[in-house]
Design a protein around this ligand. Structure first.
Ligand code: NAI
Length: 281
């Protein structure tokens, strides 16, 4: 959004944001958008990321407290929720923007997965959503009507060869969002996933072939790939009171990629690229 004034959509709301690593991180952009819209929040990331990252800069800019937490560790999550309780009392929104696959990082093909690494992929990228919701609920820090969001990718539904076991991780993440959403709905609490298009971040760029995936999505999506800032604007609406009956959904934020088949430019480019083969045929 070009207007830095915002709409005051989150005035008076408090939140907890996981996953801001550096200024390219989608969570970083979401934190800035939440601040613009009037929210107060705490930031959390893994201790190792806090050592190497630049989170203090964001904390200073937004007046947020930073709490370290490795989301695979239940004790750390429990402690985090107590810290958040002391800081804010109750919260109105929570963002899970966490993903990591050792298999993808180390370029292991899907047929040669290292299963220990796969367990880590699922623990960090998916089961952690269950854990943070559970411990937030048990610490009783979620306000009625709160909104919980996790970031997903279309690899949950379609096969993207270079995305490896993250395809499976995102499918599980979306399932956990649906299942928890059904169990918190009696308090008006919403749980959704936003399926974002390829975005140039630290996690994104760690995927072999990312540039190809990015360009393909950008060319196919009628509106083109959305930026991290545009994703942030969408997430703000989902944290706001304007979307109180939206829950248990996987919501595509991809410029129309999910429903696009092919377009004229791509047909022409492909025809040119494979002209020789057609001639031979
Ligand atoms: P990023 O690298 O900035 O964020 C990933 C975050 O996960 C980092 O802050 C990292 O420190 C954190 N993390 C990893 N292990 C952790 C642990 N054990 N405990 C706590 N935090 C841990 O990259 P990005 O792209 O902003 O990723 C955010 C989310 O968006 C991820 O879920 C990712 O899968 C998702 N997403 C990214 C897309 C992209 O193309 N960049 C597209 C669609 C979804």
């Amino acid at each position: 959004m070009s207007d830095q004034q915002g709409y005051g959509l989150l005035t008076g709301k408090k939140g907890l944001i996981f996953g801001a690593l550096d200024e390219r991180s989608i969570a970083w952009r979401i934190a800035l958008a939440c601040q613009r819209e009037g929210a107060e929040f705490s930031l959390s990331n893994a201790p190792v990321a806090l050592r190497f990252g630049e989170l203090d800069e964001l904390a200073e800019e937004t007046g947020a407290e930073v709490f370290p937490c490795d989301v695979t560790d239940e004790d750390e999550i429990e402690e985090l929720m107590q810290n958040v309780k002391e800081e804010h009392g109750k919260i109105d929104f929570m963002l899970h923007a966490i993903g990591m696959s050792p298999n993808v990082r180390k370029k292991k093909g899907y047929k040669e997965l290292n299963y220990q690494w796969m367990q880590q992929t699922l623990d960090i990228s998916s089961i952690s959503l269950h854990k943070v919701i559970r411990y937030a609920d048990e610490a009783d820090i979620l306000n009625d009507g709160a909104s919980i969001l996790a970031l997903s990718y279309i690899g949950a539904q379609r096969i993207f060869s270079k995305y490896g076991d993250m395809n499976d991780a995102k499918a599980l993440l979306e399932s956990i969002a649906r299942n928890y959403g059904s169990r918190l709905a009696d308090r008006g609490i919403r749980v959704n996933t936003v399926s974002q298009a390829p975005t140039k971040t630290s996690a994104g760029s760690g995927i072999k072939g990312f540039d190809g995936m990015y360009t393909f999505a950008d060319k196919l999506a009628p509106l083109g790939n959305p930026s991290a800032d545009e994703c942030a604007d969408y997430c703000v609406t989902l944290f706001s009171d304007l979307t109180r009956k939206v829950t248990m959904q996987n919501l595509y934020h991809d410029g129309g990629f999910v429903t696009a088949g092919i377009n004229e430019d791509m047909i022409n480019d492909l025809a040119e690229m494979y002209a020789d083969e057609e001639d031979e045929g």
